[in-house]
Design a protein around this ligand. Structure first.
Ligand SMILES: [Zn+2]
Length: 105
């Protein structure tokens, strides 16, 4: 039986755009390793390598990826649209008193 996929993470190989599966080797040490469709199994046998997988992988466990969360419908509006704020009347400057246009007689 193949080792179950327990998560996904981007292939750490430089230049590889694949999403590698995260698997747990059941023989010997229970190491996490990656399986890239391009690069095949990628083993990181050191503690740092295991940490790197745990930090970067999205783990979903042996049951498989979780059901994608349903997209919540847009929240219903609470009541009708509020009245738009009344626009204040344009402020008209009172004509300056005492001002006289010298060209207008
Ligand atoms: Zn790869």
């Amino acid at each position: 039986m193949a080792n179950p996929d327990i998560g996904l993470m981007p292939c750490p190989t430089k230049g590889c755009d694949c999403v590698a599966k995260v698997r747990k080797a059941v023989s010997g040490q229970r190491l996490l390793y990656l399986h890239c469709p391009e690069h095949g199994p990628l083993f990181y046998r050191t503690a740092k390598g295991q940490e790197m997988i745990l930090e970067q992988a999205t783990l979903f466990g042996p049951e498989g990826p979780p059901e994608p969360a349903p997209v919540p419908p847009p929240a219903p509006r609470a009541g009708p649209d509020p009245e738009p704020a009344p626009t204040p009347p344009p402020v008209t400057k009172p004509a300056a008193k005492g001002w006289h246009n010298p060209l207008e007689f």
